[in-house]
Design a protein around this ligand. Structure first.
Ligand code: IPE
Ligand code: IPE
Ligand code: MG
Length: 232
């Protein structure tokens, strides 16, 4: 079975640039090219939801020039790449606290989401200024505002940025780091995790297929057991 929802921690742009003695911004630029390729590949593989971790709530700690380069790339992506994605029937959504972004970026995000909102192909979620802890805190704030004091798991889920979406089946992290870095903490409770050494700019459609093949060999148990004579 093809995973319905794939989430990716796109890590390693800086190391990719460093290996080539280039400024980190070059790595991010190359990373955007990979995003395009992987979105197309995911769409044609029949993945329904792809969630990409693009900028964390902690990434603001980076030097100003790197943040600036990332914002310029984000603007480029939202304005110049959107035509192609729209044609591919991709539906774009942004997960995260957008209040920290500049007005022009906020407008571009809104435009990109509006323009693709009726598309029926791949649901592409871009996590921007996203932090799972912040997401859960916001959810509690919003629930308390609505007088919900004892939420069920379903109710809490419906207050997250990912409301209405299934939890990720497969979580991929590039660049070999064995950590989650504050990504989708609630939603990945039973996701299969796949960590690959390749740096994000080097990650290809074929690597995505390899990750999926690996996922297909896993036995998901969700806390239960598999009986001897039952089918896998
Ligand atoms: C991921 O690549 C992109 C962002 C976090 C914005 P990094 O920039 O973290 O690359 P490394 O981990 O330093 O190689
Ligand atoms: C995680 O990568 C965030 C994104 C990919 C956007 P980081 O590079 O920020 O994570 P750490 O600092 O290595 O944990
Ligand atoms: Mg990193």
């Amino acid at each position: 079975m093809i995973p319905v929802h794939v989430a990716i921690i796109m890590d390693g742009n800086g190391r990719w640039a460093k290996k080539r003695s280039l400024p980190r911004a070059y790595g991010h630029k190359q990373g955007v090219k990979t995003v395009k390729k992987i979105v197309k590949a995911a769409n044609s593989l029949g993945i329904k939801v792809l969630t990409l971790y693009a900028f964390s709530t902690e990434n603001w700690k980076r030097p100003e020039n790197e943040i600036k380069a990332l914002m310029t790339l984000l603007k480029y992506f939202l304005s110049k790449e959107i035509d192609e994605l729209a044609k591919e029937n991709v539906k774009i959504k942004v997960l995260g606290d957008l209040s920290k972004f500049s007005e022009d970026i906020k407008i571009d995000i809104e435009k990109a989401c509006k323009r693709t909102c009726d598309n029926t192909g791949l649901k592409l979620n871009i996590a921007l200024n996203y932090g799972a802890r912040q997401e859960i805190l916001y959810a509690f704030e919003a629930m308390l505002d609505q007088g919900i004091k004892k939420p069920t798991e379903e109710v809490l889920s419906s207050f997250l940025y990912t409301a209405g979406l299934p939890d990720p089946d497969l979580l991929i992290r590039t660049s070999g780091e064995f950590r989650i870095s504050n990504f989708l903490l609630w939603q990945i409770a039973y996701s299969e995790i796949y960590i690959v050494d390749k740096l994000w700019p080097d990650f290809t459609a074929q690597d995505l297929e390899i990750a999926i093949k690996n996922f297909q060999k896993r036995q998901r148990r969700f806390g239960s057991i598999v009986l001897e004579n039952s089918k896998k």
